[in-house]
Write a protein that binds this ligand. Sequence first.
Ligand SMILES: Cc1ncc(COP(=O)(O)O)c(C=O)c1O
Length: 416
Amino acid sequence: MSDRRKSTRKKSAHKKAVPEVAARGKHFLSDKVSHFTESVIRDMTRQAMRHNAVNLAQGFPDFPAPQEIKEAARQAVAADINQYAITWGAKSLRDAIARQMGVWQGIAVDPEKEITVCCGSTEAMISTLLAVCNAGDEVVIFEPFYENYGPDSVLSDAKPKFVKLRPPTRPDGEWTFDEKELRHAFDKHTKAIILNTPNNPTGKVFTRAELELIRDLCLEFDVLAITDEIYEHILYDSTEHISMASLHGMRDRTVTINGMSKTYSVTGWRVGWAVAAEKITNAIRKVHDFLTVGAPAPLQEAGAAALSLPPEYYERLREGYRVRRDHLIPALTAAGFTCFPPRGAYYVMTDISAFGFSDDVAFARHLVETIGVGCVPGSSFYRNPRNGARQVRFAFCKKPETLDEAARRLKKLHAK
Ligand SMILES: Cc1ncc(COP(=O)(O)O)c(C=O)c1O
């Protein structure tokens, strides 16, 4: 057969295959992925880049990571720590995590049996949910919530039950929840509560009394607490971070999730961890092993160095963020936003009613395209987008000059 005829045959065979598949109606996608969209936060970063806007959307620092830990990473690579680490984490890092949980929260942890190092706290959370949830299990989540928890629940077949956090009614007030509404969310199907303190996006830091209330419900309904404590060291106004696992009765029914991203300004390194009782840890380790095998080996060594930084490092971190918070909030207020000042983490939630926009998405688009500042529409933190339609979130983990430039651009905004 001539080459020409061969290639014509190939082409027609190829052509035939396409309508056949389409005719059978296969769409090749899992039903799960139709239940969530791509991250709005990360999309806002792309939009900010497209419009050359100041990006106050996604929570990553635009200033350098600490010199000491960059040096530790360099040394680890040079020393050829470049192959797979132990699946559940390099010993040096697990030892450092266990030591520091003792120092900071008075929690005794066995680094051999109770820690799983993951690719960021993002992976620690999904590995945990996959390890503990069966189809139909319910998971209680405070709303507004960090957007990952929605897709995480879908992927792990859990059914989220949302409990409202209500914004403060006074500028110096706190986000609060209704005790009855929280109790109502617990029943015999409840497997876990996801608790994020200090909280993204509200900046709420749960008090001991609030944590004890949640603890009592966990004990009464035999529920696991999964706590995302990634902003543990970013606190203002003399607030104190309390780990749920440190409360009496909660040590063995809490999975404590944390990571390097925020405390050490290395969101791109992807090193986080889950700390839990041995049996739960074994399950998390199994999921983690088959999801990612392990977190980056040299960066885990640098993680051990990071966790050995002196207390002054954390004081400087806190003070640096307090200055940034107190830099951005007056600029937002002057531009017409009502701000809900955070007690922890590095975001400020705002009310945008003064600007007269139809919703938060239209406002965020205007802000990024016309004013040149990126923010996150409030609706991305709520199950029902209407509940966030009058809110947007700004991140202030930025250099003073970045915040100055944002403040300069925000002056162009007009409240109605
Ligand atoms: C509450 C919360 N948890 C987890 C993450 C992601 O953490 P990691 O970088 O460790 O995956 C973020 C990032 O913004 C966050 O705000």
